[in-house]
Design a binder for this molecule. Structure first.
Ligand SMILES: [Zn+2]
Ligand SMILES: [Zn+2]
Length: 606
């Protein structure tokens, strides 16, 4: 926004979306001349703009705003940059009764000591100014470059000025904007499908988790059905980690403040931690743990370690607590209590690359199991300007560790992108973004390198030559948290989970009372094989029970009548493929048990 600030890297789509925000604000100002304008950044599917209206507006106003926007686009307005002193700019906005713009400039003067700002004016065909905004640039040349059939006003939302609930409540207008009509339509289809697959909606319909007002927002409670999924994932993690040479630990949910002072969490992470608890005057303060690492570090430090014990890999499905603001909470995706597929690998510098790559291989294995086909690994680096503030002040170690991770990534052959200024405070990290089956993006897992905290906590090992050294620590959570992963999987599978994850794997539907005994017998024999079954209430009609089984998204529905009882077979309805086949019961059990054991994505019968 100030002329000193570096221009953001912009691509064509960014320019379109940023320009759309100007067009939206201009259209709104034409329709409601007294509206107060604030800010309007581009976002990942378009842009939004926050306004203060005299009268509330509604969705019914969308068509007329869109019509006005189309007019502006078709006029082919250009953008003109004007450099002003901060004083001139403040005078300009005061005269036009736009107090939010004045406040923005005053803030820039205070926080960044700027003395000049830039305005961008839209210029109409006759050279007239049609709209002016405080902005640092990155627009199309002419509004004609904005595809007039590839934008759409999506929604309204309330937003406080500067996110401060004591300030004015503004109206935020969201616009989707793309390069082509086709892309816009694809986006709308995806959003429609996402609404159907919304993990909050399906979580309720399939009775997987609940929130309770008395327990508190952001604190999910897993129901018996949801717990089956979480347990199946935990079993997968424990098996995989046992194969990978991990050792399991268990640690408490709280710790004394002095621990987090030593680790630096209180200095760098305090606003994300729950406020302290006091037990007694001589006890000091306790905190709910925001991460498991400090506890695991204590276990590593509890003995005199030799290089022979390294790498030491300590794993725990650890419960952590973070004090997310109530406005930021979102279903299972943004919560205050999380159960993390956590582990800390303590290793030497020579072991680092192999350990790091073993973690990456673990990611790839999991992606296959969960049918994740598209993903991106982002290597998040530090920003030298933030050393001593956001990041521990150790410039040489940052560069060295970042190089180690870069080199490990290159050797792994996995594509990655580098992103500045997104590292953890103690070291670089890999964030893994994945796309669900309907093309929506999620940040799922992280893999972080810590060159700082082990030293601060006095972690060490005795090396071959007898000298004391500080181990490197790799933090990894490939299965993310139960909350985030299961939220993702609900959307990924639209609630119809693969057999190994499904809360009920097989529903039994006896056609009539006479077949109930056979159904019970089959149920008992499936239970012996560890198959989760349910006999559908015989009081209901056959059709209703089939629909019920489909509603609960049970992978297999077995219909059992005279023919089946006689021939020791079952009529199998595969809810995913909608195919129905009759197979001998023994074959059904054997194949189903194998699908579950092998964690196959698709059930093999029907
Ligand atoms: Zn702009
Ligand atoms: Zn950690």
């Amino acid at each position: 926004m100030s002329t000193q600030a570096p221009e953001q890297p912009v691509d064509d789509l960014y320019k379109i979306r940023h320009s759309v925000a100007h067009v939206l604000a201009q259209a709104v100002q034409r329709l409601w001349p007294t509206v107060k304008i604030t800010l309007g950044p581009p976002i990942d599917y378009g842009a939004y703009y926050d306004f203060l209206f005299d009268q509330p507006i509604s969705e019914e106003d969308f068509p007329k705003i869109e019509k006005e926007m189309r007019k502006i686009i078709n006029q082919g307005q250009t953008f003109r940059r004007d450099d002003l002193t901060a004083e001139e700019a403040k005078k300009y906005w005061k005269e036009r009764k736009q107090p939010f713009k004045v406040e923005l400039i005053e803030d820039l003067e205070k926080s960044q000591h700027i003395t000049e700002v830039t305005h961008y004016a839209n210029i109409g065909l006759k050279g007239e100014e049609t709209f002016v905004d405080l902005c640092r640039g990155g627009h199309v040349e002419s509004t004609k470059e904005i595809p007039a059939d590839a934008f759409k006003i999506m929604s309204l939302a309330g937003a406080y000025w500067r996110g401060d609930e004591k300030r004015e409540q503004l109206t935020r207008i969201y616009v989707a904007a793309f390069r082509s009509k086709k892309e816009l339509e694809e986006y709308q289809t995806m959003m429609e499908e996402a609404r159907k697959r919304d993990h909050r909606k399906l979580g309720k319909e399939l009775d997987l988790f609940i929130f309770s007002d008395d327990v508190g927002p952001g604190l999910p409670l897993w129901t018996p059905r949801g717990t089956i999924i979480a347990d199946a994932i935990e079993t997968l993690a424990k098996e995989t980690e046992a194969e990978g040479g991990y050792l399991r630990v268990r640690t408490p949910h709280v710790a004394k403040g002095q621990l987090y002072e030593k680790t630096g969490h209180l200095a760098h992470y305090r606003e994300t931690m729950f406020p302290p608890m006091k037990l007694g005057d001589d006890e000091g303060e306790y905190f709910l743990k925001p991460m498991n690492c400090p506890h695991h570090h204590q276990i590593f430090a509890s003995g005199l370690r030799s290089y022979r014990e390294l790498p030491m890999r300590l794993a725990e499905y650890g419960h952590c607590y973070r004090s997310e603001g109530s406005g930021a909470l979102f279903g299972l995706m943004r919560v205050r209590s999380l159960t993390m597929n956590d582990a800390h690998i303590y290793c030497t510098e020579e072991q680092f690359e192999e350990e790091f790559n073993a973690v990456l291989r673990m990611y790839l294995k999991y992606f296959e199991l969960f049918d994740i086909k598209k993903y991106v690994m982002r290597l998040s680096l530090h920003d030298p300007k933030e050393l001593g503030k956001k990041y521990v002040d150790a410039p040489a170690l940052w560069l060295k560790t970042e190089d180690m991770v870069r080199s490990a990534m290159k050797k792994s052959g996995i594509d990655y992108v580098e992103v500045p200024d997104e590292a953890a405070f103690y070291g670089p990290k890999i964030d893994v973004e994945v796309w669900s089956a309907i093309g929506r993006e999620f940040t799922l897992a992280t893999n972080q390198v810590d060159f700082d905290v082990p030293g601060k906590l006095g972690l060490k090992y005795i090396d071959k030559d007898g000298s004391e050294k500080v181990p490197i620590c790799i933090h990894r959570a490939p299965l993310s948290t139960h909350e985030r992963l299961i939220g993702f999987l609900i959307e990924q599978f639209a609630g119809l989970f693969p057999l190994w994850l499904a809360p009920v794997q097989v529903a039994l539907i006896p056609v009539a009372g006479a077949h109930e005994a056979y159904a019970k017998d089959l149920e008992r024999r499936m239970k012996e094989q560890g198959i989760r079954t349910q006999v559908m209430d015989p009081a209901d009609s056959l059709g209703k029970r089939v629909r019920e089984g489909e509603k609960w998204k049970i992978p297999y529905l077995l219909v059992i009548g005279d023919k089946e009882a006689e021939s020791k077979s079952v009529a199998v309805r595969n809810v995913s493929t909608k195919q129905q086949v009759t197979v001998p019961f023994e074959e059904f059990v054997a194949k189903t048990a194998e699908d579950i054991r092998e964690r196959r994505l698709r059930a093999s019968i029907g």
